[in-house]
Ligand binder design. Structure first.
Ligand code: PLP
Length: 363
């Protein structure tokens, strides 16, 4: 069983719970005795609709989403949301604020600039995005149509430990790489969006959680498929949704519920990350974390070794021992371990052993 000896630290698409994949396998050809695969069923039929509705209600339950918010399953990834949000909520003469904490927030801001004006409300670009701005650094402007934040910076390995306040401005958050990893107060957000492929399921589904009174502000003429209203009115069944992806997402949500609660997942995530950060901190400088201590991500742990040669050797040895995805993103270099919800504690423990041993032999 190769999988049992593989530690998947990929940044995204990333680890899915083995239990979920086993369940998919069991029902892949003959879904619950219906004689066909879920992929072959009409999205207008009761069997699929039940899966679809259950995914929405399970996400509502897990994230404690009230009726004030709509839950949508869209396509195009988080990257399409970078454009779809300003397309709907930012007119040419309006402005939106951006908290720049990494490449993904930069991309969100760049896309918004195609539709209206943008303003940097705080930036951590200086110092290569090693830190998250302090609340006091955020410059609010009541003229903003919305304020955009990236809750976790997948590439740099930083995360808002406490999410910023909107201060009266609708707060829009890209939670692609930490949704469902900790409990957030959804009521504080005008919109939360996330590509599913890290904590929620396979790629191809984008989850959008949007406040009804914020959605009501979208009065611009945009193509049907790019209007939130279209998907609200049809419960995300306007056209053929990514049915298989939503099905797997629903299984991941059921798995998450079996873990107890989002708080239980959060405790586990904090522990998995703490184990690895502890090895970094005790390595006498052999491993150097990219993120400032108070800005460390519990999802993506970024670190350097003393030389690029040692980094290469470390990654090569890790691959030999069954570790996947530890090479860092090209813009940061070094290594990155992504410890999303589905990464078991045993994988973190195994990585710590490898890191300690490698440091001892090469330090
Ligand atoms: N935002 C964040 C924080 C991400 O980590 C990613 C992908 O890794 C994206 C956006 C882009 O997501 P997608 O590939 O779904 O467009």
């Amino acid at each position: 069983d190769r999988r049992a000896h593989t530690y998947n630290f990929n940044a995204g698409p990333s680890a899915l719970p083995t239990e979920v994949l086993e369940e998919v396998k069991e029902h892949l050809v003959d879904f619950q005795g219906h004689g066909l695969s879920i992929m072959e069923m009409s999205h207008r039929g009761k069997v699929y609709e039940d899966v679809h509705d259950r995914a929405i209600s399970d996400l509502r339950e897990l994230m404690q989403i009230s009726d004030e918010h709509e839950v949508l399953f869209l396509q195009g990834g988080a990257s399409l949301q970078f454009a779809m949000i300003p397309m709907n909520f930012l007119a040419k003469d309006q402005q939106a604020g951006f908290l720049l904490t990494g490449s993904w927030s930069e991309k969100a801001e760049e896309e918004a600039r195609r539709f209206g004006k943008t303003r940097i409300a705080a930036s951590a670009k200086e110092g290569n995005y090693q830190r998250i701005p302090n609340p006091g650094e955020i410059v609010y402007d009541a003229a903003d149509a919305y304020l955009h934040v990236t809750s976790n910076n997948t590439i740099y390995g930083t995360q808002w430990a406490t999410l910023p306040e909107g201060n009266g401005t609708p707060l829009v958050a890209d939670m692609s790489s930490d949704i469902l990893s900790r409990q957030v107060d959804v009521s504080k957000f005008a919109m939360i969006y996330a590509g599913a492929q890290k904590n929620l399921g396979p790629s191809g589904v984008t989850v959008v959680i949007a406040k009804k009174d914020f959605l009501a502000r979208a009065d611009r003429d945009v193509p049907t498929m790019l209007r939130y209203e279209t998907h609200v009115k049809s419960r995300s069944l306007y056209n053929t949704p990514p049915t298989f992806g939503i099905y797997v997402l629903s299984l991941v949500l059921q798995w998450a519920k079996r873990q107890g609660s989002v708080d239980a997942l959060a405790r586990n995530n904090a522990e998995k990350a703490a184990l690895i950060y502890d090895v970094i901190d005790r390595s006498e400088g052999f491993y150097r974390g990219h993120a400032a201590q108070d800005s460390r991500s519990l999802m993506n742990i970024t670190f350097r070794l003393p030389t690029p040669e040692l980094e290469k050797a470390f990654v090569a040895r890790s691959v030999q021992e069954g570790f996947l995805g530890l090479a860092g993103h090209r813009s940061v270099g070094g290594c990155r371990a992504s410890t999303y919800n589905a990464v078991p504690r045993a994988a973190s423990v195994a990585l710590c052993d490898l890191m300690r041993d490698f440091a001892q032999k090469n330090g």
